[in-house]
Design a protein around this ligand. Sequence first.
Ligand code: HDD
Length: 741
Amino acid sequence: MVWSTVWSDRRWWRRVADGEETVMAHQQPEGERPAGNGPQSTERGFDKQRNLDAARNDPAGHHLTTDQGVRVAQTDDSLRAGDRGPTLLEDFHAREKITHFDHERIPERVVHARGAGAYGRFRVYESMADVTRADFLQDPELETPVFVRFSTVAGSRGSADTVRDVRGFATKFYTRQGNYDLVGNSFPVFFIQDGIKFPDFVHSVKPEPNSEMPQAASAHDTFWDFVSLQPEAMHTVMWLMSDRAIPRSYRMMQGFGVHTFRFVNAAGQGTFVKFHWRPLLGVHSLVWDEAQKCAGKDPDFNRRDLWTAIEHGQYPEWELGVQLVGEQDEHAFDFDLLDATKIIPEEQVPVRPIGRMVLDRNPDNFFAETEQVAFHTANVVPGIDFTNDPLLQARNFSYLDTQLIRLGGPNFAQLPVNRPVARVTNNQRDGYGQQDVHVGTASYTPNSLNPGGCPVTASPDAGAYAHYTQTVSGTKIRERSPSFQDFYSQATLFWNSMADWEREHIVAAFRFELGKCEHRHVRERAVDRINEIDHDLAVAVAQGIGVDEPTATTTNHGRSSPALSMANLAGDGIGTRTVAVLAADGLAGGTLRPLLDALTERGAQPELLGLHDGELSTADGDTVSAARAHTTVSSVLYDAVLVPDGPEAVAAIGADGEARHYVLEAYKHGKPVAGIGAGADLVAGLLDAALPEASVDGAEQGVVLIADPADSDAWRRFLDDFVAALAKHRIFTRDVDAVAA
Ligand code: HDD
């Protein structure tokens, strides 16, 4: 019997749907039960959570035991000869406890060590049968469980979240046909074209080997030495210098499969495909000064943001899109589809939205799930295949290999988070940590000893993977194709597509990064490379880092792609935006409550930050609770800052240097700042003092003030203006350089 027969068994389906009993794999009656880690069926499809239930260990209602299940009476003192005597070897409990602790750590991922994960679901909008036979892309009614892990690349497991880096965006689809892993990044391109360069690239960006500095940063000599000697990196370097490298939230970040993959339909026909994830909250980033401060104020900034949103039921969503290219058009572009340093401009091939993913459950245990999850680009299902992209080919080797050392042997696919919901049956045996109890005498194919010679192979019609049929020929050669040799056109395309503020941030990023390089020749060579992208950009960078401006003038091709600019990807909602509402005793409760309600109704998250924690007395004799004291957090951890009304409270806020800093720092970072009544006077006064030369208020500048909150028209306008400013995310038209914050 093959699994498809088991799982289309109507009897079992009915039992689950009717809720007659909780059915788990290990409770299935003999004959119906899938051996090992079988699929878990629900009305909605195949439920990974049921599959995980078997592994969940909840201490509620249980005694403390040894690993052998023996109950423990005392775990605070080791067994000893006399109360001041030596510890006895006989103390099996102490030895087991300490030994297990000694072995708690496993090697961190060699890249992408720092990450955060969540479970969710994916559903396709309409059948994609015309291009792929992948089962999870056929039926809009079918929900496929997923686990997603976001990560930074260069830093260690304990490094800060908000460093300048690419972000990993890896999705494991637990499909009925087996696990499909889309192991992507937040940039659509990569630094190198051939995987054989990956160790070189990673060694260059990791901390320098003599000093192990700097942590989680590309701003050092070895990185810039490498990328300036390996110019294929320059397109991705442009993305790295842009604000894309400091996302406001994983929930506000695009994801890309990067490579050109191949869809294959039931007729065996192939179509090239690039994958795109688009966040429904829009694409937003931090600013660099803020990102650096966040790294100290809250090193878990992005991880906490994802966790908290899911805990609050604000489930992040992404739309999956594809760019499809017919095989006949493989050579229709001025770049090679197999070159992972290139995008297909969306103006040339539009992104077709095909489905939606929502993340709605945090893991129960970071180590068991987020740390032990093992992604692999070669985890594909029927209907999805590879291309000859040499970066992808190397990845198809590396991911399996790395799990063997990281997770300690070949049975990592049996770890709960990695277990497919599809039935696993094969003749792979033994190894460290084997979880399955394989039954039967024959562990080979073909055999005549197991009933029916099982496990037997299946035909593609019965769901077996069929590799795309392709004629391959060629001379054995260690050489890059001439079609991979254009290193700069798309870097220029990216630069040309940026809004003014994006360009300013890129110049500042180059100056910061290269300004950290000790070797002058590295700075100079990097400027030469930038000059190949755009002369004006290179001049601007050179001026900031004290090297000669490049004399060679280069020609910018002038093309742009609007889809590349974050200015065009902002979205318009304020869902989950955080607002720091500064508060002190004596604040005006009458205007505060409707304000908080109005923001909350629109999905934002205002937080009352008291000059002290606990209850705050309001001017009308009531009390409100502070969410926390303002000294425990910082303006950089919020999307906007607001000072409410109440002369007594505002006087106290105005007298507190840290509270004043909230307003000025938020302004410097382009965030909306708002004030009500006396609070408006304070905000205006602070900004006037900081920028005496400039006219800084005005809703269009994101400075939203209301003098008289009792004026209902003005109040409505105030709310609308504040919401509109929040939706813009940042106001980058401000001149903030003079603000000392
Ligand atoms: Fe990789 C991890 C994404 C090129 C070798 N990679 C890793 C992760 C992501 C990516 C998201 C973390 C997965 C997780 O959360 O567990 N990697 C990419 C992308 C690439 C890329 C989008 C280019 C398009 N990677 C790449 C190359 C190689 C590797 C060329 C090797 C030849 N990557 C690895 C690895 C890692 C890894 C060493 C470390 C931990 C792991 O695999 O599980 O095998």
